[in-house]
Design a protein. Structure first.
Length: 277
């Protein structure tokens, strides 16, 4: 019998440690930026800071799942065969949101260029920079562990709202780098939280259809990638995405409630097999 003491509140401990790791790393990125280091150095450090949730989960793993293998756990999260229809549907929905946002922003005559990217090379760099930071760095901890752990006790929707809120709050230091102040900052924060919690519900709906961590990684990637491609007012961009992702989240709940509203997630952390009950 394994004598190692198991954490009583693993999700709360994970969220706390994630923030404790992220804050100094985020401050280090700011210092490096102010000292005038090359852009690629700043990008690398930003990427490392985005992995704070993975670092936190790895540190706590043995106390959360005593006697189990961290690498086996990670492998199991990608074991299930990917469903092409699930991935294609998610990408099509996000592409549609991107095109609507692009259309709305294009009506603003103050914008000289509708896109932030000027060449194919920069586009490729931008794509992989985002992939290596947010999606790959955050999904194992927030989705692979925290979401699935809460779904043992709560419905997927309730678990999504809880994790979506704390995932959004984890971004708090970044809010103050936007240059926004006063009412504009408050407006941005509210819209940001709506956008990220709505996206979290979308992730849950599709992830529960295909229990493979690639699914939320793809959704996360295209959310970040698409919104960063458009050259527009920051508040307008986050407002359009907040509204559109909220609409999609509500539609997914109505169309397929069993994957969002009902049932808890029965997760076997040893074999990695899951079933919605």
């Amino acid at each position: 019998m394994n004598s190692e003491k198991k954490l009583k509140k693993p999700v709360a401990s994970f969220i706390l440690l994630t923030n404790l790791i992220f804050l100094p790393l985020f401050c280090l990125v700011g210092v490096i930026s102010m000292l005038g280091f090359p852009v690629w150095v700043i990008d690398v450090m930003s990427c490392i800071s985005a992995w704070s949730s993975t670092f936190a989960f790895a540190i706590l793993f043995k106390k959360i799942y005593p006697g189990q293998s961290f690498f086996r756990f990670v492998k199991d999260k990608f074991n299930n065969k990917l469903k092409f229809s699930v991935i294609l549907t998610a990408i099509m929905i996000q592409t549609f949101i991107f095109l609507i946002t692009l259309l709305l922003v294009s009506k603003n005559r103050e914008v000289d260029s509708i896109f932030t990217i000027s060449s194919g090379g920069v586009l490729i760099y931008y794509f992989f920079k985002h992939l290596l930071s947010g999606p790959l760095g955050e999904e194992l901890g927030w989705r692979g562990f925290a979401q699935m752990e809460l779904q043992k006790k709560y419905s997927p929707l309730k678990a999504s709202v809880i994790i979506g809120f704390w995932w959004g709050m984890w971004h708090l230091p970044i809010w103050f780098t936007t240059g926004l102040v006063g009412i504009d900052l408050i407006k941005y924060i509210l819209l940001f939280m709506i956008a990220i919690m709505s996206t979290k519900i979308v992730m849950t709906a599709f992830h529960n259809l295909n229990q493979n961590l690639i699914v939320p990684i793809i959704i996360h990637q295209f959310f970040n990638f698409f919104i960063g491609l458009i050259n527009g007012n920051l508040i307008d961009l986050i407002m359009y995405n907040a509204i559109l992702y909220l609409v999609v989240a509500v539609l997914l709940i109505v169309i397929n409630p069993k994957n969002v509203l009902y049932g808890k997630q029965d997760t076997n952390v040893v074999t990695g097999k899951h079933s919605v009950i």
